[in-house]
Design a protein around this ligand. Structure first.
Ligand SMILES: [Zn+2]
Length: 190
């Protein structure tokens, strides 16, 4: 959406919407929410990407009850090692693309896929992802903390894919950060 008009209207007595800073150039943006797209019931949560008029780049955001709940920042979640196998890198790149669109369920699914691909590449092939993670722990490729992170990513993606519940956009940096930790560890644990 490209707009500089604020139209908070969903019945909370709010007359001003918060301004979003552009993640790229810092330009302040205000969000114009058309009535047709506004949430009809509380809690009101609205997520999307705002396109900056100054630099034309997009910034993912989430508003909850007229407050900024999440805004895409700089890359605070780290980078994956160049030695991560191509297939796992490809899934992670897709996760990053989804994060640019503020699509948390897609991010969770792609991060899970990248961890699964990484475990396959490393020869940890099991009946399911939980089994694969357990095998990696047995072989000391992942420690207890890392296995907890990998399992967290697995469970969150299950929620994202199967229960139909929308994960919050504010989870995106953590999901990406966890994936970076697990992928990088599996590069050097041999
Ligand atoms: Zn900008």
């Amino acid at each position: 959406m490209k707009s500089d008009i604020i139209q908070p209207f969903y019945g909370m007595g709010v007359s001003k919407m918060p301004e979003l800073p552009c993640s790229h150039c810092g330009q302040r943006m205000v969000v114009n929410i058309g009535e047709m797209h506004a949430p009809q019931s509380q809690p009101a949560r609205l997520s999307g990407t705002a396109i900056c008029r100054k630099c034309d780049k997009s910034t993912g955001f989430e508003l909850q009850d007229n407050m900024i709940h999440y805004i895409e920042g700089k890359r605070i979640y780290g980078s994956i090692d160049s030695k991560v196998p191509t297939i796992a890198q490809a899934f992670f790149a897709e996760a990053e693309l989804c994060s640019r669109s503020a699509a948390p369920n897609a991010v969770a699914a792609m991060c899970r896929a990248s961890i699964e691909a990484m475990l396959n590449e490393r020869g940890f092939r099991g009946n399911n992802l939980k089994h694969q993670i357990d095998l990696a722990v047995e072989k000391k490729a992942l420690n207890q903390d890392e296995s907890a992170l990998a399992n967290g990513s697995r469970l969150l993606a299950n929620t994202a894919i199967h229960s139909g519940e929308l994960i919050s956009v504010s989870h995106i940096p953590s999901i990406l950060a966890v994936t970076v930790v697990v992928l990088n560890k599996l590069v050097y644990s041999f």
